[in-house]
Design a binder for this molecule. Sequence first.
Ligand SMILES: NC(=O)c1ccc[n+]([C@@H]2O[C@H](COP(=O)([O-])OP(=O)(O)OC[C@H]3O[C@@H](n4cnc5c(N)ncnc54)[C@H](O)[C@@H]3O)[C@@H](O)[C@H]2O)c1
Length: 440
Amino acid sequence: MRWSDAIYERLTAGGRSPLAVVGLGYVGLPLALAFSRCFRVVGYDTDPRRIAQLRGGVDASGAFGPEDFRECGIRFSSSEEALAEAVFYVVAVPTPVDARRRPDLSCLDEATRTVGRCLRPGDCVVFESTVWPGCTEERCVPLLESVSGLVAGRDFKVGYSPERINPGDREHTLSRTVKVVAGCDAETLDGVAAVYGRVIGAGVFRAASIRVAEAAKMLENVQRDVNIALMNECAVLFRELGIDTAATLEAAATKWNFVRVAPGLVGGHCIGVDPYYLLEKAAGTGVRIPVVQSARAVNEGMVGYVARALLDELRAGDATISPPLAGWRVLQLGITYKENVADCRNSKAAELFGELTRAGVEVDAADPCADAGCVREMYGIELTERLRPPYDLVLVAVPHDAYRSLGEEYFLSIVKPGGCVADLRSVYRNKIHALRYWSL
Ligand SMILES: NC(=O)c1ccc[n+]([C@@H]2O[C@H](COP(=O)([O-])OP(=O)(O)OC[C@H]3O[C@@H](n4cnc5c(N)ncnc54)[C@H](O)[C@@H]3O)[C@@H](O)[C@H]2O)c1
């Protein structure tokens, strides 16, 4: 029997050996829930608090409700022993950058060692964590071999399937998005494609190799970063030239091959992080990738640029007050790293709050999606429960759905006459007439 048929049979017929998802965060939990519809699933995470919540049907990220856990049958555990019977491992642990913006592979190394200790002949390990091209085969496979004492390819199989979920996006869900899969050889590719094919309604794409799948993920996010950087760079220039960027984008987008991307702050754990993995790999090979490097610098510089622009707006609104800016009051709407998510990690909106307060401005911050405790813990920011109008400026930093329907009437009720609505993502473009309006 081919290995691909054998692994599938072990997961389905003949005792239904479990599939284990290692790391139950934004990526791992949806995977575990999806796989649980077809296979017996063990969900392993080193965070006991997370496990306790999941056992109680609570997903702190807000992506899933109690009904999604009902009858899912997943065995959630923070004990390595729960992995003992697994035959198919999916690793979805974080791959962040450290304070110097260098790749931090400590979670991936630790998870790989954990799997290595449980691995037995015939098993398969699929990595989902975003890494530089070559990392799975050069770093994870040797680690699996040394810990397990088994030989990759012969005793166990390795695959890679980059994750494409977009938190907060109800349209491009896991099942509705084509999933790239790769394997260390042809039969592994068949086996991995068969397992994922059961749960991904949109189907799987068989990448030519693990390196290709890793590189494809890098390219997807690096392309977004570069495109946004280009728009940010042009938005800064257009502003100096007195040209409306949103109107310019609208006009340019009428050309058939124009790629429409809006300027904005780039936070979170993917677009703002993955390019550093590619930069690290490129540096190791002695190849310069200046476009990727510059894009990062441009996007990292945007918080400072926006803060300076908002301070100018405040000054323009009240020429009688000269710096320091004590006395000016701003309401910031949105603190999470992007719209419609609860996640505040690596949030540029939170950095912007910090820049404004350091300049002496008094800022109230509100966010209907964020967990106030997390915001306090991570940034020392106390979310405002009751607004204290009137404000000199209202900054809509993160356009959550709850904010999109706000109209000028609302802003007029909380902004001082002659005050400003700063609309980072141009959600209220052409809708604000009686107040000053600022947008990127
Ligand atoms: N969040 C996204 O939108 C997204 C999208 C595509 C790809 N990715 C990539 O997917 C990977 C996972 O990201 P995420 O956003 O789900 O991370 P996350 O921080 O939401 O969750 C990771 C989980 O892994 C757990 N964990 C950490 N070390 C562990 C270990 N050694 N063993 C078991 N569990 C461990 C943590 O406790 C946490 O619950 C990263 O490589 C990321 O770059 C993320």
